[in-house]
Design a protein around this ligand. Sequence first.
Ligand SMILES: *Cc1c(COP(=O)(O)O)cnc(C)c1O
Length: 356
Amino acid sequence: MMHKKLFIPGPTEVRKDILDAQAQPMIGHRMKAFTELYTGLISKLQELLQTQSFVTVPTASGTALMEAAIRNCVNKDVLCCTYGAFSERWFKIAKACDRAADAIALDWGKVVKPEMIEEKLKAKKYEAVAVVQNETSTGTRAPIEEIADVMKKYPDVLLLVDTVSSLMGDKIEIDNLGIDVCVTSSQKCFALPPGLAVGIISEKALKKAETVSGKGHYLNFLDIKDYFDKKGQTPTTPAISLMWAMDKQLDKMKAEGMENRYKRHLEMAKYVQEWAKKHFSLFPEPGYESVTVTCISNTKGISVADLNTELGKRGFAISNGYGKIKEQTFRIAHMGDLTLDEIKEVTKNIDEILKL
Ligand SMILES: *Cc1c(COP(=O)(O)O)cnc(C)c1O
């Protein structure tokens, strides 16, 4: 079967050398070889993300770390800001963990503003605020820098941020912003196969975890940190093969340079946004467009399914809308290792198929 190059917001296209890096003879996760692999991985992540915080790579998808952030950092009151499918997930998770979640619920396509959060924080004492920085379902980017500024006035309130579809593509200064738990997964901007999550956990979050009960077992931050400090390993058996791929990918990111990587993502975003505005319109609230995925309003009423079938014959896949805006929108992801030339190729093929 012909491979369709992925312009979908996860899993993203994985380059052949990265796929190949997984195929090595297995090692034991209590062997020195694993400690070297894993501790190397963690220092490379800290270096590329310019963070001093504790970094962990659990074998799980990103959602597991969202749940862990709630379970480790919130006893009771958390404020969830919702404006799309993944930000609504924060709220659902908090409820499912028996936490007393409140929501700032906005229409899909909008993003939360710092003053909305401040109003809530003035009115009630919350333990944490949960935000999605890049809402993949609507292609929006929340103003995390401004939100972080407001949060600095409330040092007892933790900031939990889902950067699943943006970290490593969109510049997020985790330490400067004071993000307490930053969550991502391997299959988006890392351009790796799915199966690993990455969590960046502040000192403040670890301190808070000491006071929280019902942290669970698998993703108990304190146990994970303790195991890492003592052994340089993970408490349970990790996806070692995926970690080889991540290790190689981190070396490639360093070679590209993170600033160049962020610039490449911005260039791709600008290009797709211009293309979309010319032929359709953008779904997000103006000024808050994502750097890694463009959500396009289907103003021409095209059949996205038919378009994708035709694109598939040419070796490309884009994405339909998500959830309740499935028919109303479609999405082109420009994240991971994709280049501007590849993006131009996909829009050129769409132009040809739709006779735009
Ligand atoms: C993909 C995605 C998730 C879910 O990640 P999984 O790795 O599938 O659990 C969460 N939040 C956002 C913003 C996403 O794009």
